[in-house]
Ligand binder design. Structure first.
Ligand code: CMP
Length: 140
């Protein structure tokens, strides 16, 4: 069944010029892009997006990094999108990510890990709403 997930290309990957190659991998993985936007997050936006991690030791580093430059937010559609996208990007820690995955190819370390991907259908909905209004999402 068609499902939607959310991804965000992180500032380090944007600065390195990896937007196009990452979108190419996403396309080759069978995902359809139904919304896309480049955006600079404020510290407050980044804090809110990662609120679930607010008690973790890495929270402030993560928030500083995520608001350090523009990100690319993307809504993806595919059968089994959430699970399949997590497979395509690989482990959160790029050193543990399987060869050929997006994080293994484009990430520097666990903070600069190239992309975020939703970990559940419910979180995908929340994260999509964080970046996009209904009228910015298309049926293609
Ligand atoms: P992301 O998929 O965006 O979701 C939360 C982010 O927190 C994660 O990618 C990493 O960039 C970061 N993160 C998760 N665990 C750690 C950790 N142990 N140390 C530093 N950063 C982490």
């Amino acid at each position: 069944m068609k499902e939607r997930t959310f991804t965000m290309i992180k500032p380090f990957a944007v600065q390195k010029g990896f937007i196009a190659p990452i979108l190419d991998d996403i396309h080759n993985g069978g995902f359809k892009i139904i919304a896309i936007k480049m955006k600079q997050l404020t510290q407050e936006h980044a804090q809110l997006f990662y609120d679930i991690h607010k008690d973790k030791a890495f929270y402030n580093t993560l928030v500083d990094f995520m608001s350090s430059g523009p990100v690319v937010a993307v809504v993806l559609e595919k059968d089994n999108a959430v699970e399949d996208y997590r497979k395509l990007i690989g482990n959160t820690d790029p050193q543990k990510a399987e060869k050929g995955t997006i994080r293994s190819k484009y990430a520097k370390d666990i903070t600069h890990n190239a992309v975020h991907g939703s970990d559940s259908i419910e979180n995908a909905k929340t994260e999509i709403c964080f970046f996009f209004s209904e009228t910015e999402i298309y049926s293609i």
